[in-house]
Design a protein around this ligand. Structure first.
Ligand code: PBG
Length: 327
């Protein structure tokens, strides 16, 4: 470390004295270009349904997407992430609705692509949890989440989403080896420019609760996801996951959840020169939003929380605040 002087010659408060001066020496900054907006989808027409577990977040029917996306575009948000609330009647043990080319996500992708062309990126989760009757991300046999059999379905899900016009395929299932199989399939069917944003580092977390409620999998979920999502007591494993996914062909990686895992983002940035996307998940969002509602925090806490990701080294942040924060 280089120490440039000593008190009283050196006074670090000097550069903090004025607003202009503080601006001048800022290491990190946040703009809408850094934010990815998750959007929850619902069937029907004219629907904007409140989500109880997530204050100020709605589920939208496809015909209501235009308002949301117009606003996102105007702000400068580069990409949206789509998450469907699937009719429970369409769920089964195999999650077969994931492969229905007329499912909610497919129709939403087509609508957005047709309306906005390539003016905004579309990212879609690849995993079966919105579609399975047991709420798990893969298929189950004898109480085990099957890895390779699940991948076969995820490859089909990825190809389908790519065919509909999805720009960024985001496997969030945590099966081993899915990135290489998805990359190979995308290339084979000439989706060479479709990107893969791997949820490489996804911890088995309690902070996903409000999201599971939003996609309707919370009450269905039997057990927990600890046999495939990572143990939050581990850090080295995150490096191994990212190393593997880079080898397999990931263009970018996600660290998830966000704020409790800033150390992991930094560690990955120190080890790999790949864009890291932080996911400020539903639980983090709801805690902050409820605290603001209760007067415990003021709105500046949102900005502070998002800057922490930039400081840790994230290139962008998936956050439910994306279209709510004033920058
Ligand atoms: C599903 C998925 C989850 C989230 C994104 N994709 C939940 C889970 O793994 O149970 C969580 C996002 C959030 O909490 O905001 N594969």
């Amino acid at each position: 470390m280089i120490i440039t002087g000593n008190y009283p010659k050196l006074r670090l408060r000097r550069s903090r004295k004025y607003d202009w001066s503080r601006k001048l020496v800022q290491d990190n900054n946040l703009s809408y270009n850094d934010l990815i907006l998750p959007i929850f989808l619902t069937e029907g027409k004219g629907k904007e349904v409140k989500i109880n577990s997530m204050p100020n977040v709605n589920r939208y029917s496809i015909d209501r997407l235009k308002n949301v996306i117009d606003r996102a575009l105007k702000l400068g948000i580069p990409m949206v992430a789509l998450f469907p609330y699937t009719d429970p009647k369409k769920k089964n043990v195999y999650g077969s609705e994931a492969l229905n080319e007329n499912n909610l996500v497919c129709r939403a992708i087509k609508f957005i692509k047709k309306t906005y062309k390539n003016k905004i990126g579309i990212m879609c989760d690849v995993a079966l949890d919105p579609y399975t009757s047991h709420g798990h991300d893969g298929i189950i046999k004898n109480k085990e989440i099957l890895n390779d059999e699940t991948i076969d379905i995820l490859v089909k899900q990825s190809l389908l989403q790519a065919r509909m016009g999805c720009d960024v395929i985001a496997p969030s299932d945590m099966m081993d080896g899915r990135i290489i199989k998805i990359r190979k399939a995308l290339d084979k069917y000439n989706f060479k420019d479709v990107q893969i944003l791997s949820y490489a580092v996804k911890y088995a977390s309690s902070f996903y609760g409000p999201f599971r409620n939003a996609v309707g999998s919370k009450n269905l979920l039997k057990g927990n996801k600890r046999t495939y999502q990572m143990d939050f007591k581990n850090n080295d494993e995150a490096i191994r996951e990212v190393a593997l996914d880079i080898k397999e062909g990931a263009d970018m990686v996600v660290v998830k959840p966000g704020m409790p895992y800033l150390d992991i983002i930094r560690e990955i940035k120190n080890n790999f020169k790949i864009p890291v996307i932080a996911y400020q998940v539903s639980g983090e969002y709801s805690i902050i939003q409820n605290s603001i509602k209760d007067g415990i925090l003021n709105k500046d806490a949102i900005h502070e929380s998002l800057i922490s990701f930039k400081r840790a080294g994230a290139s962008a942040i998936i956050t439910y605040f994306a279209d709510k924060i004033k920058l």
